[in-house]
Structure formats: structure tokens, C-alpha cells
Design a binder for this molecule. Structure first.
Ligand SMILES: [Zn+2]
Length: 346
């Protein structure tokens, strides 16, 4: 009999919900009050047989705990909803909660800026696969068989040997240049932005993947002067007028002659600082005239056509632009870092 009552009340308690203080007070009076259900049941308990007391004692205590914990839980809910209501009543003109909007990634910002600058010169955007065969990534670009860049240290190989030679993650976007030249005849005027992979230990200054933008311009009578003027224009647009450039002779398998291009330091304007290691200059890209062998490899008459190519790391350009010192920040997805580029959202 008593057991049935407890079961019935337990069901009622379990089913009870409210966020209103007065309803909760009714609940308290009904169950926990001095003339409430619990008092009544405990009184009734006194008159049951000793046998029944043994089995009912525990049930009774659990029932009491159930009522109390229900009351405490609902009390928290009603209090928090009441305080919310009080705030709302106090000042309805308070501004709403901030609405977080995303921002462009710094690498995307820089990439877009570079694409826009070259678009003004008539360069289109070309893309290609990130998984490449040996021909497009190395052989067509004049990399000798024993070239260290083919070594396991630098390249993520996916498959060694096979019909098309080794298959690997591309180590540069030059492979897109090869694909472009294979598909037609000059004139070519395009830039190739994309992700590339190198088998390097991850540190502040190196990463196993990064982004490049390469450019190719091929036509009749393209000269080194065209290369210099194009890149000079690019630098003025990207870093502001008055930025100086200098070319240093260099070596790349796919260009001849080859050069590396420095710009006057964007921080100290050439006076010398930590970024430029007190030289006043920072390197930003490699470039050169496309090696006639490469043109021939792609089915282009190197006697009729010539071209220039250049390539830069987007991270490098972004580092200089935003003074970022650790490459890893670009791929860690730390919202505190990414939020800083919100103002650049256009
Ligand atoms: Zn400097």
C-alpha cells in the first residue's frame, strides 16, 4: 500500500518540470513542506510491520532524496531564468550578442593580391594536380637523374617505378608549367598558384607543405628585360612604389640564366634590421629564362620561342607583409592568429 503510494509520487516527481518560481514553491509545499507528502509517508511508515520496515526503509530514503534533488535542480533553473528575465526587463536597448564572422586566411589574402596584380598584366591562372609523375615534376624540367631534389629527403614519393616513373606529391608548381606548355603553343602568360610538398621536418622556418605561385611568359622575342620589368612592376604593386629590386645570379635546372631577386627590406627600407639580417635586402623569389631544353621537352621550338619563369613562396611573401615569424601558424588554425586578419576582409 505504502509502496504503491511511493511509486505513484515518484512518477509525479520525475515528470514534473518548471522554470517558474511560484510553481516550484507549490512543489516544495506539496512534497517537502511540514504537512507535505514526505512527512505523511514517514508518519505512515511508523505504523507498518517490522517486516515491511526492512524493505521499505531504503525505498523511503530514496524517495526523499528524489524529491530534494528535483527541487534543487529546478531551483537553479528557475533562478537563472529569473535573473535572465530581470536583465531583460532592466534594459531592452542593450546591444545583441556579437555575431562572429569568419575572415580570409592570410595566405588566401596574399595569393589573391598576387593574382590580381598579375591579372593587370594579362596573366591568367593555371592549375594542375598535386600528385605528379616524374616527367612533369622533374624530367621535363631538366632535373638530372642524380639531382638531390629527387632524393627521398626532399620528395614524398607515393609509388616508386611504374609506367610513368615515380609518382610523388609535387615539390613545386613548375609541373603546371610543363602541363601548360605540353597542351599548346606560345604565347603563354599565366601564373600557377598551388600547394607543394617537401619531406622536411616541421619547424618555424620549414614545413612539409607550403604554397607557391609560379609564373610563365613565353612568346617570340621574350627577353630577360621583360622578366625584370614584369617583376619590378609586381614588387611596386605589392610592396609600394620605391621598393628597390636587385637580381643575383643563381642556378635552377629549368632556367638559364637564372637569378634570385631581392627587394629592399620592407621593415627598415634598406637601413638594416633583424629581418634582413642587417643587409637591407630580403630575397623573395627565383626566376630566369626558361631553359631551351625544357621548351623542347614540351614540344616547343626553342629557336622560335623564348620565355621567362619565376616562382615564389606565398608564405614567404605573407611573412614579409604581416611580419609573421613562424611558418607553423599558417596551418595550426589558431583562431587568435586568424582573427587578426579580419580587418583585411574586403
Ligand atoms: Zn631590414
Amino acid at each position: 500500500m505504502l509502496q504503491d503510494k511511493i511509486t505513484q509520487y515518484s512518477q509525479e516527481i520525475n515528470a514534473f518540470v518548471t522554470d517558474k518560481a511560484d510553481e516550484l514553491e507549490q512543489f516544495r509545499i506539496k512534497y517537502l513542506g511540514s504537512k507535505g507528502v514526505i512527512k505523511e509517508i514517514f508518519d505512515a511508515f511508523k505504523s507498518v510491520s517490522i517486516e515491511e520496515k526492512k524493505s521499505l526503509g531504503k525505498v523511503l530514503n530514496e524517495f526523499k532524496q528524489l524529491a530534494e534533488s528535483k527541487f534543487n535542480t529546478l531551483k537553479e533553473i528557475t533562478e537563472s531564468s529569473e535573473s535572465q528575465a530581470t536583465v531583460n526587463e532592466l534594459d531592452l536597448t542593450l546591444p545583441g550578442e556579437g555575431f562572429e564572422i569568419g575572415s580570409r586566411h592570410p595566405l588566401a589574402l596574399v595569393r589573391r593580391e598576387i593574382v590580381e596584380i598579375f591579372a593587370k598584366l594579362g596573366f591568367t591562372v593555371a592549375e594542375g594536380p598535386e600528385i605528379e609523375d616524374d616527367w612533369h615534376n622533374f624530367s621535363a624540367l631538366n632535373f638530372p637523374e642524380e639531382h638531390p631534389a629527387r632524393d627521398m629527403q626532399d620528395t614524398f614519393f607515393i609509388k616508386k617505378g611504374g609506367e610513368k616513373g615515380d609518382i610523388a606529391l609535387r615539390t613545386h608548381t613548375s609541373s603546371v608549367q610543363v602541363r601548360m606548355m605540353e597542351q599548346g603553343q606560345p604565347p603563354f602568360r599565366a601564373i600557377m598558384p598551388g600547394r607543394v610538398y617537401r619531406n622536411e621536418a616541421i619547424s618555424a622556418r620549414a614545413h612539409c607543405f607550403f604554397h607557391q605561385i609560379e609564373g610563365l611568359y613565353a612568346d617570340e622575342n621574350v627577353s630577360f628585360a621583360d622578366l625584370k620589368q614584369t617583376l619590378f612592376y609586381f614588387v611596386q604593386e605589392l610592396y609600394g612604389e620605391g621598393t628597390k629590386v636587385r637580381f643575383r645570379p643563381s642556378y635552377f635546372p629549368f632556367t638559364e640564366p637564372s637569378a634570385e631577386m631581392d627587394i629592399s627590406c620592407t621593415i627598415c627600407k634598406g637601413a638594416g634590421c633583424q629581418l634582413c639580417k642587417y643587409s637591407g635586402w630580403v630575397e623573395i623569389l627565383g626566376c630566369g629564362m626558361v631553359d631551351p631544353n625544357v621548351l623542347e621537352n614540351c614540344g616547343i621550338d626553342s629557336k622560335k620561342y623564348s620565355g621567362f619563369a619565376f616562382g615564389m613562396g606565398i608564405e614567404r611573401i605573407a611573412n614579409l607583409k604581416y611580419e609573421i615569424k613562424d611558418l607553423r601558424l599558417f596551418s595550426e588554425n589558431d583562431a587568435r592568429f586568424l582573427r587578426q586578419f579580419k580587418s583585411a576582409l574586403i
